[in-house]
Write a protein that binds this ligand. Structure first.
Ligand code: IP8
Length: 254
């Protein structure tokens, strides 16, 4: 089984509100359709999630009544993006079921405490690819939290027999510094001992590149093959899924 995260930057233009990369989404769905094996798909928020989530300060929890509108808007927009992704998979001939994280996930003080991976496993047994996404979720202590697609990837990696976890982004892999320098080449492999320079500039409502990398290392440490590829370049995802040599970064565990 493979877990694939379609990152928000690969499937949307993060600088323009509610702008999907429709052509890339269709191609990525075709690439995934072309790879043998069972799969679960997670996607990020990009400009359908992060812009309004930041505007309404949803990552601070429910602290103000004015956030009610933000919660509803972000959930609505994420479902719009999800419908675009679902349509692309259906066009590619893949039977898919949409499983919104906001409907099934419980957080407590910013941490995921309940996530029914069993539902996903069940869909896979039926021959259906479950698709979920980063979302606004309820939080026992804070009212609400933003659940990132990366949190979901980690949980599904723990609870399933996935052997491969591929993160699809809009850049060529993981770099030595964040933000990467002009003309900087990605690292072909990173692990717990790789020294990466992080600046505070690369942060969205679900956290920094450092947090994403820590989650990937945790997955790799539990024995999963973890890869980061550029989804805007045709066939990079195909190569990673099929086990070919690929351009991107392999994440190693300890
Ligand atoms: O893009 C965040 O998911 P991510 C989803 O995977 C929202 O971090 C609602 C901002």
């Amino acid at each position: 089984m493979m877990l694939i995260k379609l990152g928000g930057s690969a499937i949307t233009d993060k600088s323009k509100p509610l702008t999907s990369r429709a052509g890339d989404i269709k191609r990525l769905a075709m690439e995934i359709a072309g790879a043998e094996g069972t799969k679960m798909i997670v996607h990020g928020g990009g400009s359908f999630g992060h812009i309004k989530a930041a505007e309404f300060k949803l990552n601070e929890g429910f602290v103000d009544d004015s956030q009610r509108e933000g919660i509803c808007l972000v959930q609505k927009d994420m479902r719009k993006l999800n419908a675009i992704v679902v349509d692309a998979f259906r066009e590619a001939g893949v039977p898919v079921a949409s499983v919104p994280a906001g409907a099934i996930t419980l957080f407590d003080n910013g941490q995921m405490v309940k996530f029914p991976s069993e539902v996903f496993i069940h869909y896979v047994k039926l021959g259906i690819v479950p698709i979920t996404f980063g979302d606004v979720v309820v939080d026992r202590a804070r009212g609400i939290s933003i659940c990132s697609g990366d949190d979901i990837m980690l949980q599904l990696a723990k609870d399933t027999d996935a052997v491969k976890c591929v993160f699809v982004t809009s850049v060529d892999g993981i770099f030595e510094s964040y933000p990467p320098g002009k003309d900087e080449e990605p690292l072909s492999e990173v692990g717990p001992d790789t020294v990466i320079r992080f600046s505070s500039e690369d942060v969205d409502v679900t956290g920094s590149m450092k947090r994403k990398l820590d989650l990937m290392i945790e997955m790799a440490s539990s024995g999963k093959e973890v890869a980061v590829v550029n989804g805007l370049v045709p066939d990079r995802l195909t190569d990673a899924l099929k086990g070919n040599d690929f351009i991107g970064t392999r994440v190693k565990g300890d």
